[in-house]
Structure formats: structure tokens, C-alpha cells
Design a protein around this ligand. Structure first.
Ligand code: COA
Length: 165
């Protein structure tokens, strides 16, 4: 069975991420969508909220939703996976992803099965979408309905409504 990890901040999950998950399931038997607790980012949604939104949006028994803190290579050992799935949106993503993939491969070399990254081109209708843009547009009352699932839209509206009160 091939088990791939799909890590990210998912703050919040967008239709672009869902596109990668759906297509990833055509290649891998199982995906673990892993919400990273990233020390470099201050998230709008808690890790629990982000996991709940992913579960609401992706109802498949071949998708496990989890969160992790620390190094991805260590998490990969814990999950007994040696494949990372990542989406590439534009050339601008490439440099960072290239660095990440090589670093993970180097760090993962100490483990029996290593850690490789498989890249997928994000669907052309989603390549300009990002979670931070969605958050920003929503915070100013803009329409983000085409970029995220309905359940995420409701949570964003709720979040910013509460912030204004
Ligand atoms: N569709 C839409 N948006 C997408 C997308 C897609 N298919 N793929 C990525 N994005 C966007 C995200 O929305 C996010 O947007 P934002 O920055 O505006 O919020 C951006 O691309 C990048 O996000 P993400 O994929 O979540 O990456 P990240 O940089 O937040 O985290 C990790 C990447 C989690 C893989 C990495 O930080 C990690 O491995 N952390 C663990 C610690 C570790 O091991 N560090 C050493 C690494 S060598």
C-alpha cells in the first residue's frame, strides 16, 4: 500500500488543495493530510479548526487528517511513509519547494526508506489561489465563494464577524 503525506498549513484549506488531494488519490492508496504547526506562521484558525475543515471538505476513507509539530521527516517515520505530496502552483513556488524537497531527502536519508517528494501541478483554475489571499479578501468582506468549500466560507464569515464584535 502506498501512503503519501500531504503536509501544509491549510489555513484554511482551499479548492486548490482539494484538487491536489483528489488527484493524489488516483496515484496513492492513502493520503495523510497533515496540518503543520508552523512556527513561522501565525494562523487564523487553530490546528483543530483546520483539521475539522479538511474533514468536512474531504470525506474519503482513504484520507486521514492529522496534525504534527516538528520535522516532517520525523513525522514521516511515525506514519511509516516515505512519500510527500506537494502541489506546485507557479514558477514562484518552485524555488522554495526545490529547497524543501532536497532538504527532506537529505534529512530522510538517515532513515531506512528515505523521504521523496512527488509534485503535482495545481489545477489551472486554482493556480492563483492561496490561503492568505482568501483570508485577506474575506476579512474585507470580499467574495471568496469560488475558492473554498462552502463549510470553510461559513467559518471565515463567522470568524470575521466575531472579530468585528
Ligand atoms: N492550491 C492553493 N493554494 C496552495 C496550494 C494549492 N494546491 N498549494 C499550496 N498553496 C498555498 C497555501 O495556501 C499557502 O498559502 P499562504 O502562504 O498564502 O497561506 C502556500 O501555498 C504555502 O503553503 P503550504 O503548502 O501550506 O506550505 P507551508 O509553507 O505553510 O508549509 C510545510 C510547508 C508544512 C511542508 C513545511 O513548512 C514543513 O515541512 N514543516 C515542518 C517542519 C520541517 O520539517 N521543516 C524543515 C523542512 S526541510
Amino acid at each position: 500500500m502506498t501512503l503519501a503525506l500531504y503536509p501544509g498549513s491549510f489555513d484554511p484549506i482551499t479548492n486548490g488543495h482539494i484538487n491536489i488531494i483528489q488527484r493524489g488519490l488516483n496515484i496513492f492508496d492513502k493520503l495523510v493530510v497533515a496540518v503543520a504547526i508552523n512556527v513561522r506562521k501565525t494562523p487564523l484558525f487553530s490546528a483543530q479548526e483546520r483539521m475539522d475543515m479538511i474533514r468536512e471538505a474531504v470525506g474519503s476513507d482513504r484520507v486521514e487528517v492529522d496534525c504534527f509539530e516538528g520535522l516532517l521527516v520525523d513525522y514521516a517515520i511515525k506514519k511509516q511513509s516515505n512519500v510527500v505530496l506537494r502541489g506546485l502552483r507557479a514558477v514562484s513556488d518552485f524555488e522554495f519547494e526545490f529547497q524543501l524537497a532536497h532538504m527532506n531527502r537529505r534529512l530522510g536519508a538517515e532513515n531506512k526508506n528515505g523521504l521523496d517528494t512527488v509534485f503535482m501541478m495545481t489545477g489551472e483554475e486554482h493556480f492563483y489561489v492561496s490561503s492568505s489571499l482568501v483570508r485577506e479578501i474575506s476579512s474585507f468582506g470580499g467574495n471568496v465563494s469560488g475558492f473554498i468549500p462552502k463549510s470553510v466560507e461559513s467559518r471565515l464569515l463567522e470568524k470575521f464577524k466575531n472579530d468585528k464584535n
